[in-house]
Design a protein around this ligand. Structure first.
Ligand SMILES: O=C(O)CCC(=O)C(=O)O
Ligand SMILES: [Fe+2]
Length: 317
């Protein structure tokens, strides 16, 4: 049988840890169960910044994973079972496991080998219709099996050992550090709300937004283009286009390709101007200046166009 959690789980705004939830043998059983049926799927997307192998599980309601769900629920104390970042993980009683299974969007075994990684991302944003809420992450490999590969969630770095479970909101930026050597297996259990709208009323977005704001002040944020990009997409999903543009600009500006991005904005702006769309051109010139303030010509182009537009505006009155 599995060791039980020695201490009550620690929950911060972004993380809930269930140490030693599964024994070594059970971790092996999970890997065997998930690699038995499905064909592995190599998932390498440069622009989504991921490199890993997926082993997709069967339908969560199939009953195959009930023993895993039952363990998680047994280790979750009642208050957190009822409310984890605004969501209940099932109703108490005999139907607890079945109710939880209905809340599971998918079960997925991740396999990371040497050179694999998973850059900063969120798994859900406002209005994306996924209803995703909580990610449950079971570390299936012992630390001696691989180097690198730490899970980072918001400002926290998770030092999980085999059998440990980490729960966190799917809307909080997270990342798997590059794997140096060996193999890293994790089981991902993606939990969702009964309906997408439920997240609106639960305070889920409010909390997620607070987490994004906290992360923004963390060391390393300012110089990490991908974090700015994730933040920009988050703000855009919330409908805050102006703040999103600022975040995009910050992301381009701190990337190694900043001069090339700025040149592209400048060229696109010139094209838009030639095509008669002066407003959009001004936006592009403004981005060029923000992304690479060292090129004086971008500032000149922006200032001249801004002056011209303001003259046109005042003479129209
Ligand atoms: O730890 C992992 O393997 C993946 C983490 C992740 O991004 C996720 O579970 O959504
Ligand atoms: Fe994720």
């Amino acid at each position: 049988s599995a060791p039980s959690a020695a201490t009550a789980p620690a929950q911060t705004d972004g993380l809930l840890l269930l140490p030693s939830a599964f024994s070594r043998a059970e971790c092996g059983r999970i890997i065997a169960q998930l690699t038995r049926d499905a064909q592995p799927e190599r998932d390498v997307r440069v622009h989504a910044s991921v490199s890993r192998t997926n082993h997709w599980g069967r339908a969560p309601a199939s009953g195959e994973y009930d023993w895993i769900f039952a363990r998680l629920l047994a280790l979750l104390p009642e208050p957190q079972r009822r409310e984890l970042w605004g969501f209940e993980l099932g109703t108490p009683g005999a139907r607890l496991v079945r109710a939880f299974a209905e809340r599971v969007d998918f079960v997925l075994l991740h396999e990371f080998g040497p050179g694999d990684f998973f850059d900063w991302h969120v798994d859900t944003k406002p209005n994306d219709r996924t209803a995703r809420t909580v990610n449950v992450n079971v570390m299936l490999s012992p630390p001696s099996d691989f180097s690198g590969g730490e899970l980072r969630v918001g400002t926290a770095t998770v030092r999980a050992t085999q059998g440990d479970v980490t729960c966190y909101p799917a809307a909080l930026p997270h990342r798997v550090e590059d794997i140096g050597s060996g193999g890293r297996f994790t089981l991902v259990i993606a939990v969702r709300a009964p309906a997408d709208e439920a997240r609106q009323h639960s305070g889920y977005w409010r909390l997620a937004h607070a987490n994004h704001e906290t992360l923004r002040t963390a060391a390393g944020f300012a110089a990490t283009p991908k974090l700015h990009l994730v933040r920009a997409e988050w703000l855009a999903a919330q409908g805050d286009e102006a703040a999103a543009d600022d975040a995009y600009a910050d992301g381009y500006a701190c990337s190694a390709e900043a001069p090339a991005y700025a040149r592209r904005f400048s060229e696109d702006g010139a094209r838009l101007l030639a095509g008669g769309d002066a407003r959009a051109a001004l936006q592009h010139f403004t981005m060029a200046v923000r992304v690479d303030p060292t090129v004086a010509a971008y500032g000149t182009a922006r200032d001249q166009l801004a002056a011209r537009l303001s003259v046109e505006r005042s003479s129209a009155h």
